[in-house]
Design a protein around this ligand. Sequence first.
Ligand code: UDP
Ligand code: MN
Length: 329
Amino acid sequence: MNQEVRFRLKHVIIFLSVIGFLFFYSLSSNRDCEGEQSSRSNVDGAESWEAGQGRDAFLPNRKGPTIYAVTPTYSRPVQKAELTRLSHVIRLMPNVFWVIVEDAAQTSSLVTNLLRRSGLQERSVQLFAKTPTNFKLKGKDPNWLKPRGVEQRNEALKWIRNRLKHNALGDDGTEQSHSIVYFMDDDNTYSTELFEEISKIERGKVGVWPVGLVGGLMVEKPVLNRDGLVLGFNSAWKPERPFPLDMAGFAISADLLLENPQAQFSYEVERGYQESEILRHLTIAHDMQPLANQCKDVLVWHTRTETPKLDAEKSLQKSGKKSNDGMEV
Ligand code: UDP
Ligand code: MN
């Protein structure tokens, strides 16, 4: 009997030791994580975004200024793929409001479906503005022949200015937090970290940062002086432009757009001058706000998607068939 009790006691002790070990082990591994996190967020200056904010970006309901991301888009075989890629970045960044402007005479079900399926209906608007026929690229035209996205970006600016004027005072009469406008073409590649940087743009400022794979260079970037102010740009292509940078390389505090209603894009300007055309009304290089680790990090790339070869599809079509019958691709 005694022996049996001792035997049971031994089992209970072993069982409790295992539970105790597991409990303390889990506590200590939690502490390790916290330690790691706090040492990460202690990293200051240039590298701080690298460790901490990348992870924060996944937290829902982050506060911050509203970023209006303006995307001109047009119907072509790769359109849904491009917009799907963009929608995933936007889904991760709750303070982004997506302004899609279709280059068409009306909105399309492809874009409506995409917004619905990505759950972005509440923080997006689907607009349309058709490029006039004389400015539209034709079949084999090289894409630099005519400006792209002018009509659509101007339509978006009109919509945003209108919305901000009406929203200037919230329901409770207090001033709303500020907004930022970014021109987010549908074929580029965007890091979520870019939107963390854009959120830092101050009222009355235009933020700038490097863009990868553009203008014949690995990276086009603002050149800063020792005090961290923008001196100029490193561009190789048409460096004489007032602002020789790509559309993906800046974002604008919306109050500048309200104060300067004439600032917009134009068909009248020389190739490569769209960025300068809008920025000349809003800022000078010296006043721009350098972002992305003092313009040392590349968070957006001017990628371009190859036009798919659809020879077999064309043959099918000749015989009245198609591979995507009843399917949205
Ligand atoms: N775009 C458009 N209609 C067109 C051609 C282009 O709305 O006929 C859009 C396109 O979807 C993109 C932006 O305008 O969001 C810039 O076009 P693209 O990427 O071809 O220009 P690039 O990068 O070569 O300057
Ligand atoms: Mn492009």
